[in-house]
Design a protein around this ligand. Structure first.
Ligand code: BES
Ligand code: ZN
Ligand code: ZN
Length: 470
């Protein structure tokens, strides 16, 4: 689908359909009040009324702020795609909301049809955004940036949505190599023998029962005079069966999405390099498949991580933290970064704590939490802080090793997972690190906001926004 920004008033542009956003209190002042009311349209958020003969699509909005417009735009685009019209136009109300319109259109209009023999065909081809803003050049650059970020989000979605027989640690590293080639990034891939030389006993154990060798992917974007250096770390479990602590059949379904942290990190570095930001970015990915087999790692095993911390395994399904422990340790040795952010579909507990729509944010720095919180509200991705405390930390104590991979009590599981990662953050980096648990937000089986069935690309809009304003 095409999306264009045109420097004209909306009535000067021709298209099949005009999209009109309408608040409840505008319903009675509108030229079409009678007919809209007869149709039962109440201008409620995320409802639409299509006056086909007139070529008008009314979309209800709670307000004309970004969050409501983004969601309404996603509804509009879905309706348009099921019609036989080919083009639509809508007026850009303000500079501050143009990004939300772009996201609603590009993200709400996303479909993953790779595995359908006969994907639904749509006649709908083009959306025209119109504006007569005096500072059109500025508007255009905001529009172009939003397009880059939205496309990077869909790039992330495309990888997460791929089936696990297609995306394994080896093929994920090929995806990274292709991105590196296209966007002129440096790329280094460590295979299992390299990981063994690095003494990555935790990461290697998780992947041991898989037929696909684990990989550590390191991509870097290095502009000439960077203002800051940022390390991103992604959990890339291309499949999480739970291992010997096998998941129940129904919980295993969707576990192809356990690579969403890795894919988010790829989307972020793609966006940053295309926006040509003055920030050096390193993306580290632990790509591993957690399977069962005669050589699988076991509950009761004691693993020696790269940092020499010994880990008692009490549940092989708490595997993401083991992979991240080694990758975080490696990343901190390789790059002296100003910030270290990890993205992981780490715990079901995060979803229980915050719901499916909010990413859990953990770390020590109040300033970072505050700044990232702002990027959350600006980007439309919801995040909430889950606080560390010393009592929860004690639950990770092991009688036999330095730390246990699960907590001794079932409550606060997202935080105890975050505290496990904290054990592998070096003292000098404590205030530079933030952990994002995207278990709830990375994937959905029911559409919400501008998300459709499947991967959402969680983390990409948020981090692109944060890094742009750094
Ligand atoms: N990948 C899962 C977490 C997850 C669950 C992501 C549901 C998305 C949706 C993770 O590896 C896991 O299995 N965590 C366990 C940890 C437990 C064994 C301590 C969990 O959340 O149950
Ligand atoms: Zn697991
Ligand atoms: Zn997992």
């Amino acid at each position: 689908m095409n999306i264009k920004l045109i420097n004209k008033e909306v009535y000067e542009v021709s298209s099949d359909v005009t999209v009109v956003f309408l608040k409840k209190d505008e319903l009675t002042e509108c030229e079409y009040t009678d007919i809209l009311q007869k149709a039962g349209f109440k201008a409620e958020q995320d409802t639409t009324c299509f006056l086909y003969e007139k070529g008008l699509l009314f979309c209800g909005v709670e307000s004309k702020k970004s969050d409501d417009l983004r969601s309404a735009c996603a509804c509009a685009i879905k309706t348009l795609k099921t019609s036989n019209f080919t083009s639509a136009k809508m007026e850009v109300i303000s500079k501050s909301t143009i990004g939300a319109l772009v996201e609603g259109i590009v993200l709400g209009g996303y479909e993953f049809n790779e595995y359908k023999s006969e994907p639904k065909k749509s006649e709908f081809k083009e959306v025209l955004l119109t504006s007569n803003d005096i500072d059109f050049g500025n508007l255009e650059s905001i529009f172009n940036e939003a397009l880059v970020v939205a496309h990077a989000t869909n790039f992330t979605r495309d990888i997460v949505n791929r089936a696990p027989q297609e995306i394994n640690p080896q093929t994920l590293s090929h995806v990274a190599q292709k991105l590196a080639y296209e966007n002129s990034l440096e790329c280094n891939i460590l295979q299992e023998d390299d990981l063994a030389k690095e003494n990555m006993g935790a990461m290697l154990a998780v992947g041991r029962a898989s037929v696909h060798g684990s990989t550590l992917i390191h991509l870097s974007y290095k502009p000439a005079n960077p203002k800051k250096v940022v390390t991103l770390v992604g959990k890339g479990l291309t499949y999480d069966s739970g291992g010997l602590s096998l998941k129940a059949a129904t919980s295993m379904v969707t576990m192809k999405m356990d690579k969403a942290g890795a894919c988010a990190v790829l989307g972020i570095i793609k966006a940053v390099s295309e926006l040509k930001l003055d920030i050096e970015v390193h993306a580290f990915i632990g790509a591993v498949e957690n399977m069962v087999g005669g050589n699988a790692y076991k509950p009761d095993d004691i693993l020696v991580s790269r940092s020499k911390t010994t880990i008692e395994i009490r549940n092989t399904d708490a595997e993401g933290r083991l992979v991240l422990a080694d990758v975080l340790d490696y990343a901190q040795d390789k790059v002296k970064a100003d910030y270290i952010f990890d993205f992981a579909t780490l715990t079901g507990a995060c979803m229980i704590a915050l719901g499916q729509y909010t990413t859990g944010l953990m770390g020590h720095s109040h300033k970072l939490k505050h700044d990232i919180g702002r990027a959350g509200s600006d980007s439309g991705e919801m995040i909430s802080s889950l606080p560390f405390n010393r009592h929860l930390k004690k639950l990770l104590k092991s009688e036999i090793a330095d730390i246990s991979n699960t907590a001794s009590k079932p409550y606060g599981g997202a935080i105890t997972a975050g505290l496990f990662l904290d054990k592998f953050i070096k003292d000098e980096n404590k205030n530079k690190w933030m952990h994002f648990d995207i278990a709830g937000t990375a994937y959905t089986e029911t559409p919400w906001d501008c998300n459709v069935y499947g991967a959402t690309g969680a983390g990409v809009r948020l981090m692109s926004n944060y890094l742009k304003n750094l």
